[in-house]
Design a protein around this ligand. Structure first.
Ligand SMILES: Cc1ncc(COP(=O)(O)O)c(C=O)c1O
Length: 455
């Protein structure tokens, strides 16, 4: 069977016109590498949509999955299984704040975001109408339900999550975006919208006030370090300021760690780089290693709201024992093999090397990241910062796309081609020799981008 042709004929490729779909047949995967049937060996520099933080075939995770398969794979949550119980406890303990948290399990980042939005709204409903809370203007219908999210964010492709995303992929949902979302400006030190962080906060405060404050707004949703929209590390004091703003207005802070969790940025969660305790944490992607698993982690404050009021949400396969066993094994590997520390130290070294490289190429506007989560934003001109891929050009033939295609075709390095620059997100098990190989390929790609720019 020609599996590539069959897959192309009968499978829908994500975010693509289908006529051009030409998947490459894979014979096996190994560590950070994909071996193809036509004899190529390709480094996956996007860690398979950031899911494969521990490499493709980690023996400890495979062993844990095999062992679990002999016991129980899935039962409903009227029953308890060892991995589901242990994983929820581990996540409650490992994440910031009181360990008296509760976890709602789903199978994708988007589903975990939907769970978080629903939980935040129900929490606010309970607070106002059931638990003796107050609003400033009680006659105003209904309860606090609005979610403040930000431009240049991505939270998933289901209706609610896409509507809460400030990314061009939201446009496919229009005009039928789900109501109840307000988009606020993002915080990008390379492309600031305000002259100071204070001005930024004054404007956010204004938005919350104008949207009805604690009467109408339920939560602030953000990625602590923006992922898909450019690996943007926020300026100092920003996340602490958002926490303070949420406290001032009784909003919940929802932190989406789908891409940044599981050691990616050099800490278990990206939010741990700052002294901020979220009310709800979303995890997904690498959490389940090789199984689709996501988690909506409710702080003690939020979960208590559902002790005697209904959590009106759910789905089949929640708490899937096989996925939870894989996730538990991933947590063990992350900590026992020192991969979070390695992400921090190797990442700091990689960051320095990328900055040095960036200085040699005029197409590089900005080099940024943390841990093993880096990007080089490509620009037509470093002084004007004119981007080589504009927001409206996500699916166009840009120079960024050509350079990414070059890396894939000529240098056996697989990177996404729809970003604002080069995406440098290797599995956390990457070694120094592989980093040398990657830097070499990136240097050639940057030289190619330079050659496209007018002198
Ligand atoms: C921050 C963030 N949240 C949510 C999602 C959606 O996750 P999924 O594709 O598993 O639904 C993504 C996917 O890229 C993401 O980066």
């Amino acid at each position: 069977m020609d599996i590539a042709a069959t897959q192309a004929r009968h499978t829908m490729q994500c975010w693509s016109a289908q006529a051009g779909y030409s998947p490459i047949a894979v014979s096996k995967t190994e560590g950070c590498w994909i071996h193809t049937k036509d004899g190529r060996k390709i480094f996956d520099l996007r860690s398979a949509h950031e899911c494969i933080n521990l490499g493709f075939n980690h023996p400890k995770i495979l062993a844990a999955m095999r062992a679990q398969m002999d016991k129980v794979l899935y039962v409903t949550d009227d029953f308890a299984t060892e991995p589901t119980a242990q994983l929820s406890q581990r996540l409650a303990e490992l994440t910031p704040g009181s360990p008296n948290k509760k976890v709602y399990f789903s199978q994708s980042g988007a589903a975990a975001v939907e769970g978080a939005i629903k939980a935040a709204r129900l929490y606010q409903y309970n607070r106002v109408f059931q638990d003796g809370g107050t609003v400033d203007a009680p006659s105003q219908y209904p309860y606090p339900y609005k979610i403040i999210s930000r431009y240049n964010s991505w939270h998933g492709s289901s209706s609610g999550a896409a509507s809460a995303s400030g990314d061009p992929r939201r446009w496919f949902q229009e005009p039928l975006t789900v109501p109840g979302v307000v988009l606020a400006p993002d915080a990008n030190p390379y492309r600031p919208h305000f002259e100071s962080v204070e001005q930024h906060f004054n404007y956010l405060n204004h938005i919350i006030e104008q949207e009805g404050g604690r009467n109408k707004v339920a939560a602030f949703l953000l990625e602590p370090i923006v992922g898909s929209n450019g690996i943007i590390v926020p300026p100092d004091g920003y996340l602490e300021g958002i926490r303070a703003l949420c406290d001032q207005w009784d909003l919940l802070l929802i932190v989406d760690e789908t891409m940044t969790g599981m050691g990616r940025t050099g800490k278990f969660l990206a939010i741990e780089h700052w002294d901020v305790e979220p009310d709800i944490i979303i995890m997904g992607k690498a959490l389940g290693a090789y199984c689709p698993l996501a988690a909506t982690i409710l702080s003690e404050k939020v979960s208590k709201s559902f002790d005697h009021h209904l959590f009106g949400h759910g789905q089949s396969y929640s708490g899937h024992a096989l996925g939870c066993a894989a996730a538990l094994a991933s947590l063990e590997v992350l900590h026992e093999d020192g991969l979070i520390t390695q992400s921090a130290s190797l990442g700091a070294q990689l960051g320095e090397q990328l900055r040095t490289l960036g200085q040699k190429h005029r197409c590089v506007g900005n080099v940024r990241g943390m841990g093993l989560f880096w990007t080089m934003e490509l620009v037509a001109n470093p002084s004007t910062k004119e981007p080589l891929r504009k927001a409206t050009e996500k699916y166009e033939e840009t120079i960024v796309k050509q350079v990414s295609d070059f890396l894939f075709r000529e240098r056996q390095v697989y990177v996404p081609s729809d970003k604002f620059g080069l995406w440098i997100v290797p599995p956390l098990i990457v070694n120094e020799e592989e980093i040398e190989f990657l830097l070499d390929a990136i240097e050639d790609a940057l030289a190619l981008a330079d050659s496209f720019l007018s002198t």
